[in-house]
Write a protein that binds this ligand. Structure first.
Ligand code: ADP
Ligand code: MG
Length: 571
C-alpha cells in the first residue's frame, strides 16, 4: 500500500495543475496508526467536499473491552468518537484562503441525542472507521498542492490521532457516555413491565436554552424535576443503580396547568424520550416507550387516501373520508390524518400539545353540541375516541390540555404543572367532574379499524433530471426528494438533518424493492426498518458516506406521508 509520504509527493507534483487532476489521488494510504481512504474527489472547488475515510485497526484505536462489549455499547462509543472528531476538526487550523470550499473539514455534528450514524463505526472487531469530508484546496481552478499536502498529510492525521485513539481520550467521559446510553435503554425496557408509557427521573433538567438551542438551561436557572409522591416509581439502571422518578401510566394522561408553567417543556422532553441523551443533557433518564409519536395540526398539508373516518365523517361536499385525499388539509383533518398515520405503523402512545393542535379536533363542548346539530358536524373530537383507543386498542395518550375540563371525564391520570413542579391532581379532577357533570354527549359511535393503503411506487420517484436518485436536505425541516419539496416542520421527533437524509435514502432504496405497489404502508415501512436492522444504515446508500443517522419507522412514514405527490391504492 502507498503511504502518506507518497500522497504528499503526489500532491506536490500536482500543484498548479487543473483541479480535475485531483482525481489521481483516489485510493488508500497507510498512515501512522490508520489507513486513509480517499473515496470520492470533488469535481471542482465549489462542489460538495471530497469524501474520505480513516480506518484504525483495533490495536491502534485501543478501545477497552468494556466499551465494545455489546452492540449498543459500540454504538454509544461511536457516537462519542464522532463528537471527539467533530471537536478535533473544529480545533484544527486549516488553510482557508483558497477558492470555494478549500480547506473545509467536515464530519457530522451530533446534537443532544445518541444515535447510530454512518460517520463513525466501531466494528465488532474493535476497529474504528470514520467518514468525513475535506475541501481539497485550490487557487482559482488549479490545485494548491502544498495546502493539500498540509491538510491531508498533517492536519487530518493529527486530528484523527487526537480524537479516535483511546489513549488520547478522557476514559471516564467515554465510560459515562456508554453507561448512560445503556442505562436509558434499560429504563425504557422496564416501562412495559410497570404498565408505564414514560418515566421522568427526579432531578432531570427539562427546559432548553432556547427554541433553537437544544442544550439544557443552565442549572442556576432551571428547576430540577421532582415527581409527585403518588406517581413516584423506582426503576433500575444496570450501571447507575436504582433511580426514582415520575411514572406516567398507560392510559389517558392529561397535563394541565396555567400558561407558562412548564407543560409544553415536559411534553417535549417526553417526545425526545424515545432517544438516548448524552451525559449532561438533563434528560438522560427521561424515557418514553419507543412507539410514542407526537401528532400536530398542520393545515395545508396533502393527504393521500388516509382513512380519517373515525374522526371526520362525510364532508359537506360529499368527500369520502375513508379514503381522504386533499392537497390542502384543514387543521382538524391534518391532525386526524397524523393520528391515523401514526397508528397505521404501530404507534402505542400519542403525544399532543394543545398549543399545536386543532381545537375542534380536541373538543366540542355541550353548548356547541346544542347549537350545531350532529348531522352538521363531521368531526368526532378526540375526547370521544381517546378512551376506546386506550382500553380497546392499547394506545395511550398524553395530552397537554390547559383549556378543557371536559377531558377530566376521560382521563386516567391528571398531572398539574405549577411553577414547573408536577402535582398529581387526578382525585381532585375526578371530584370536580362528579360535582360539575358535563352536559356534553359522547359522539361518534364505535371505532372502526382504519382502511389500509398501498403506496404507489410511481409517485415516489427520487429521480430528478438525469439523476436516478436526487436527494437534498437543507435542515431537519426541509428536504428535496426527487422533484418534491418535503415540509417536515410538523415532525417534531426528527432531531437531526442526517436523519432526514437517511429517511429519504431509505425511501429511494425501498421503492421497487418493498414499496412495490403490493405492500401496504405498514408492511413496506417495517420491511425497510428490518433491512436496516439486519444490514445497517449503509444498505440504503450506494457509496459509503458519513451523512446518515438512524431513525424510527414513524418518522419514515411521516416523511412518506408528506410527499405531496404521494398516491395510494386501497388495500
Ligand atoms: P406552558 O406550556 O405551560 O405554557 P412552557 O413549557 O412553554 O409552559 O414553559 C414556559 C417557560 O418556562 C419556557 O421558557 C421554559 O423554558 C421555562 N421552563 C419550563 N420548565 C422549566 C423549569 N423546570 N425550570 C426553569 N424554567 C422552565
Ligand atoms: Mg405550552
Amino acid at each position: 500500500m502507498q503511504t502518506l509520504a507518497d500522497l504528499r509527493q503526489r500532491l506536490l507534483r500536482l500543484d498548479g495543475r487543473g483541479y480535475k487532476s485531483y482525481r489521481e489521488i483516489r485510493g488508500e494510504y497507510a498512515a501512522d496508526g490508520f489507513t486513509l481512504l480517499i473515496d470520492h474527489v470533488q469535481g471542482d472547488p465549489f462542489a460538495e467536499p471530497s469524501r474520505l475515510r480513516a480506518i484504525l485497526p483495533a490495536e491502534s484505536a485501543g478501545l477497552p473491552p468494556w466499551s465494545i462489549a455489546s452492540t449498543p455499547r459500540r454504538m454509544a462509543a461511536a457516537d462519542f468518537l464522532n463528537r471527539a472528531l467533530a471537536e478535533a476538526f473544529r480545533a484544527t487550523p486549516t488553510p482557508r484562503h483558497g477558492t470555494g470550499r478549500s480547506g473545509e473539514l467536515y464530519v457530522l455534528r451530533p446534537g443532544q441525542e445518541i444515535l447510530s450514524r454512518t460517520a463513525m463505526h466501531v466494528h465488532p472487531d474493535a476497529s474504528v472507521e470514520a467518514r468525513f469530508r475535506a475541501g481539497l484546496p485550490a487557487r482559482g481552478r488549479t490545485i494548491d498542492g502544498s495546502a493539500a499536502a498540509d491538510l491531508l498529510c498533517n492536519a487530518i492525521p493529527a486530528a484523527i490521532r487526537a480524537s479516535l485513539r483511546f489513549a488520547a481520550l478522557d476514559p471516564d467521559a467515554l465510560r459515562r457516555h456508554v453507561e448512560t446510553a445503556e442505562d436509558a435503554a434499560a429504563l425504557r425496557d422496564q416501562l412495559a413491565d410497570h404498565a408505564l408509557v414514560a418515566f421522568v427521573a427526579d432531578g432531570a433538567i427539562l427546559p432548553r436554552r432556547s427554541g433553537v438551542d437544544d442544550r439544557p438551561l443552565p442549572h442556576d436557572r432551571a428547576r430540577p424535576f421532582t415527581s409527585p409522591a403518588s406517581l413516584r416509581v423506582t426503576l433500575h439502571r444496570p450501571n447507575g443503580g436504582p433511580i426514582t422518578g415520575m411514572g406516567i401510566p398507560a392510559g389517558v394522561t392529561l397535563i394541565v396547568g396555567g400558561g407558562y408553567h412548564g407543560k409544553s417543556t415536559l411534553l417535549r422532553a417526553l417526545e425526545r424520550g424515545v432517544y438516548d441523551h448524552i451525559p449532561g443533557d438533563g434528560r438522560e433518564f427521561v424515557v418514553t416507550i419507543p412507539q410514542a409519536v407526537k401528532v400536530r395540526a398542520e393545515d395545508g398539508r396533502a393527504v393521500a387516501g388516509t382513512d380519517v373516518s373515525n374522526f371526520i365523517a362525510a364532508l359537506p361536499d360529499g368527500t369520502d373520508t375513508r379514503r381522504f385525499i386533499t392537497r390542502n388539509a384543514s387543521g382538524s383533518t391534518s391532525q386526524a390524518a397524523a393520528i391515523v398515520e401514526a397508528l397505521e405503523v404501530g404507534a402505542r402512545c400519542l403525544l399532543l400539545d394543545e398549543d399545536t393542535s386543532a381545537t375542534n379536533l380536541l373538543i366540542r363542548d355541550a353548548r356547541m353540541q346544542a347549537l350545531i346539530e350532529d348531522r352538521d358536524e363531521p368531526i368526532t373530537p378526540l375526547i370521544d375516541r381517546i378512551r376506546t383507543l386506550a382500553r380497546d386498542h392499547g394506545v395511550s395518550t398524553i395530552l397537554v390540555a390547559g383549556g378543557s375540563g371536559d377531558y377530566f371525564d376521560v382521563a386516567d391520570t391528571v398531572i398539574a404543572m405549577r411553577a414547573y413542579e408536577p402535582a398529581d391532581v387526578t382525585a381532585q379532577a375526578r371530584a370536580i367532574a362528579a360535582a360539575h357533570p358535563t352536559a356534553r354527549r359522547t359522539e361518534g359511535g364505535s371505532w372502526r379499524p382504519p382502511a389500509r393503503r398501498i403506496p404507489l411506487p410511481r409517485s415516489l420517484d427520487p429521480g430528478r433530471g438525469r439523476r436516478a436518485v436526487s436527494i437534498k436536505v437543507w435542515s431537519e425541516d426541509r428536504a428535496l426528494y426527487g422533484t418534491e419539496e418535503v415540509d417536515l416542520r410538523a415532525i417534531d421527533q426528527i432531531v437531526e438533518p442526517a436523519q432526514v437524509r437517511a429517511i429519504a435514502a431509505a425511501l429511494a432504496w425501498g421503492r421497487g424493492r418493498v414499496l412495490d405497489g403490493r405492500a401496504d404502508i405498514a408492511r413496506a415501512i417495517h420491511a425497510i426498518m428490518a433491512a436496516i436492522d439486519a444490514h445497517g444504515l449503509d444498505i440504503v446508500q450506494a457509496e459509503p458516506t458519513g451523512d446518515l443517522a438512524s431513525f424510527r419507522p414513524f418518522e419514515l412514514a411521516a416523511f412518506l406521508n408528506r410527499i405531496r405527490g404521494l398516491e395510494t391504492a386501497p388495500s
